[in-house]
Design a protein around this ligand. Structure first.
Ligand SMILES: [Zn+2]
Length: 376
């Protein structure tokens, strides 16, 4: 999505053990004396309470806003959570919002921060997504997911000791979100060539290097070593920064994300508990790799402009060769301890087939090879 917030909005990134102790000095330096700490029960236990104690010991008063789960037991970025937070913000008093949690809590806070003009600070509790620095918030409004304008945090304090304690499925999900860059980067390069999508070499390079460093450390990430968690969180932040620099999600989101969004909306419609974003993206990346490799091997270059596609066939084949096979992607997902197949993830054949046909409609203004294949 388009937005006016540049990378300069994000002033400070701290990624180290005991990073939460640096929150209070930062708040004081910025004269933010009445922060509201936003968490749910799990993230409050994991980090929120320790953060409040740390603030108090350094002479700051922090209040806690404990977001409530929905009927299915999930804290969701929907109208109810947004209103709960708005009700707990004290006009004229609350001068900072601190998101303590993973992606969903950040989405709620970044939207409220944007609407109230109160700056927000990020304290991630799990290396689970690359959206901590995002300038858009995917919200679920009247049951439909839509991305609305929001703001990135002014600072991130990623505490390695907290991140290492995150539940294994969340860490594996962060790795899945990163592996998705194999197909998002491929889609971006192809769609630049064949669909005239805007492109930025630097954003692509940052994302590519972040991906490669995660792949090299897949086993350490699966074992949750300090080094593995540091590498993963660094990569997620870098991927987020590449999007912020570019101003749109192209570097980090292609057909694998469209499949994931499609599944997510169907789960919402069914009233089922949400699956982790990165877990879906990782498995979707394997499926898209399988589909794309088969299409390229068979020499299918469809689209409205068959000449353009056949003209670039050699280049597309070259890029395709850099995307690992579906089985290699599944192997990496398993190494990091996450689901690697549709079955393990819990997506049924019928939903998968439907999503392959229709996922490109989720974001119709965005070109992908999946869209080209479906329109052929
Ligand atoms: Zn993602």
């Amino acid at each position: 999505m388009e937005h006016s917030w540049g990378i300069d909005h994000l002033e400070k990134i701290v990624l180290e053990a005991e990073a939460i102790r640096k929150v209070a000095p930062f708040l004081m330096e910025r004269s933010l004396h009445r922060p509201l700490i936003v968490a749910d029960q799990n993230t409050s236990d994991a980090a929120g309470k320790a953060l409040i104690e740390s603030l108090q010991s350094q002479g700051l008063q922090g209040e806690l806003c404990l977001l409530e789960p929905n009927a299915a037991g999930d804290v969701v970025a929907d109208e109810q959570a947004v209103v709960q937070l708005l009700l707990e913000v004290k006009p004229g008093t609350t001068d900072g919002l601190i998101a303590v949690g993973a992606g969903t809590i950040h989405d709620i806070v970044r939207f409220v921060s944007h609407k109230t003009g109160i700056p927000f600070i990020s304290v991630p509790t799990a290396p689970s997504v690359d959206g901590f620095t995002s300038a858009g918030a995917p919200l679920i409004i009247r049951g439909i997911k839509k991305t609305v304008a929001a703001v990135p945090p002014i600072a991130i304090f990623a505490d390695l000791h907290i991140l290492m304690q995150a539940p294994q499925p969340l860490i594996a999900a962060g790795f899945g979100d990163m592996l998705g860059k194999y197909t998002s980067l491929f889609d971006w390069k192809v769609s630049r060539l064949t669909g005239g999508e805007p492109y930025n070499e630097q954003a692509a390079n940052i994302t590519e290097q972040a991906l490669q460093s995660c792949v090299r450390h897949a086993a350490q990430i699966g074992q949750r070593t300090e080094e593995g968690v540091r590498v993963l969180m660094t990569a997620l932040i870098e991927s987020g920064i590449a999007m912020l620099m570019f101003g749109q999600s192209h570097p980090a989101s292609g057909a694998e994300h469209h499949l994931s969004h499609y599944w997510e909306m169907e789960y919402l419609r069914r009233g089922s508990r949400a699956l982790l974003h990165g877990a879906k993206v990782g498995v979707a990346c394997a499926e898209i790799s399988r589909l794309y490799h088969a299409a390229v091997d068979e020499g299918i270059f469809p689209g409205r402009q068959p000449n353009v596609l056949s003209e670039h066939g050699g280049q597309i084949r070259e890029w395709m060769a850099e995307v690992p096979s579906a089985s290699r992607i599944r192997e990496l997902l398993a190494l990091a301890g996450g689901p690697s197949t549709l079955e393990e993830l819990g997506i049924d054949e019928e939903l998968f087939a439907e999503s392959l046909r229709e996922a490109h409609l989720v974001r119709y203004n965005r070109h992908t090879l999946l869209r080209a294949l479906n329109e052929a």
